[in-house]
Design a binder for this molecule. Structure first.
Ligand SMILES: *Cc1c(COP(=O)(O)O)cnc(C)c1O
Length: 387
């Protein structure tokens, strides 16, 4: 069915004429980088996340690296992170010469398991990083209680969760530092880009230096003060984002509420369709959150289906449905296996879930008929229902 429909990817950006105009206008301005659009974008994202400071950088990965630097994570330190996430969540700990200590996730939500966090704490533990997987916030109250009781810092990889809420609090205001990504599949895009938000001005200052070689005054301030003098006080990087990217981000952010609503509408349509199909189990959603639906993840009973995930994956792709898998648990990657001595079997919930999960197409420009096409194709393959 629908053999001539165009390919439906699992995620994609929406870029309108006003986005393009904003980028072009900034290209004609005096500042292509380190200019006024950057602080304007930082202000807007921080407001949207309910926090005081935002530090924009050129990727979500750089935002995570900056957060680790801000917390002074270094050699000899351990940072606890969930195993079901994109590798960058743990890589940023390795960048600092510290050790990521991976823990298992809850099988129903694939969110970090607070009991596993508690069990993984050692005298070397410095911080916990929660990942709001798929766009659903972790159990931040429990993570906060653990961090406070054990004197640890709490960071969030919020790359899936811009606009999500936990007990009426916005993602961004729940951890000490929260990192966002503006890659094209995320909620808003700057091409590549990221930001770490925080209520702590000392963290924000450290991250501003970190993104620009560890230098203590930014070039615009220097130009305004008419001085050549600067000092490098930390070992930083060039993680700067450009003004034309931030101009794009600012336009994109105005559409975030509408896009979140659309993502939630698509999820509701999937939920309703799959409620009666017991071979398809969407991940569980807790009652006290507002989901941001970066991903719509289902678990499929492949044993009952009598087909492998690989077969279903290529069947759907052949029908123009761009499903994906998020994620291969971090410890299963050769780099982690070889360098951190994982053998497999350490994280039964994540490993079992990995065999069952599939991410279905989810992006704001997806039409109802495209959502219905995904549902119909899945039902047809799984249950032999339909044309
Ligand atoms: C996208 C993503 C990142 C990395 O962001 P980039 O902008 O691609 O560097 C990190 N963690 C998670 C969970 C992500 O989804």
């Amino acid at each position: 069915m629908n053999s001539n429909q165009s390919f439906i990817p699992y995620g994609r950006q929406s870029v309108d004429e006003d986005d393009i105009a904003a980028v072009v206008e900034t290209l004609r301005s005096d500042w292509l980088t380190t200019g006024p659009k950057i602080s304007e974008f930082e202000r807007s994202v921080a407001d949207c996340a309910g926090v005081r400071h935002g530090v924009a950088v050129n990727s979500g990965t750089a935002a995570l690296h900056a957060a680790m630097f801000a917390m002074d994570v270094g050699p000899g330190d351990e940072v606890i992170a969930p195993v079901m996430t994109f590798a960058a969540t743990a890589n940023c700990v390795l960048y600092r010469g510290a050790t990521p200590v991976l823990v298992d996730v809850h099988p129903d939500t694939l969110l970090i398991d607070p009991a596993a966090v508690e069990a993984a704490i050692t005298p070397k533990t410095k911080a916990i990083v929660g990942v709001d997987y798929a766009g659903q916030p972790c159990d931040w109250d429990r993570l906060r209680a653990i961090a406070d009781r054990r004197g640890l810092m709490l960071a969030a990889d919020g790359c899936h969760a811009l606009g999500a809420e936990y007990k009426q609090k916005k993602v961004g205001s729940l951890a000490d530092l929260t990192c966002f990504s503006f890659h094209p599949v995320k909620h808003i895009t700057t091409g590549e880009g990221g930001m770490t938000v925080t209520n702590y001005s000392d963290f924000a200052d450290r991250m501003r230096r970190f993104r620009s070689h560890g230098i203590d005054v930014d070039p615009r301030q220097r130009a305004e003060r008419g001085t050549w003098f600067y000092e490098m006080v930390d070992l930083g990087f060039n993680y700067r984002i450009t003004d034309f990217q931030c101009a794009l981000g600012l336009r994109q952010l105005t559409k975030l509420p509408r896009w979140l609503e659309r993502r939630r509408g698509i999820a509701a349509r999937y939920d309703e369709a799959f409620a009666s199909v017991d071979m398809i189990q969407p991940l569980k959603k807790s009652a006290d959150i507002r989901h941001a639906y970066h991903l719509y993840v289902v678990k499929i009973d492949f044993e009952r289906l009598g087909k492998s995930r690989k077969e279903l994956f290529s069947d759907l792709r052949a029908r123009g449905i761009g499903v994906n898998v998020h994620y291969i648990p971090i410890h299963m990657h050769p780099y982690y296996r070889d360098n951190l001595n994982y053998k497999g079997g350490e994280f039964p919930a994540a490993e079992k879930a990995y065999e069952q999960i599939l991410s279905l197409p989810m992006y704001p420009a997806m039409s109802d008929s495209q959502v219905d096409a995904v549902i119909a194709n899945l039902q047809e393959i799984l249950c032999g229902i339909g044309a």
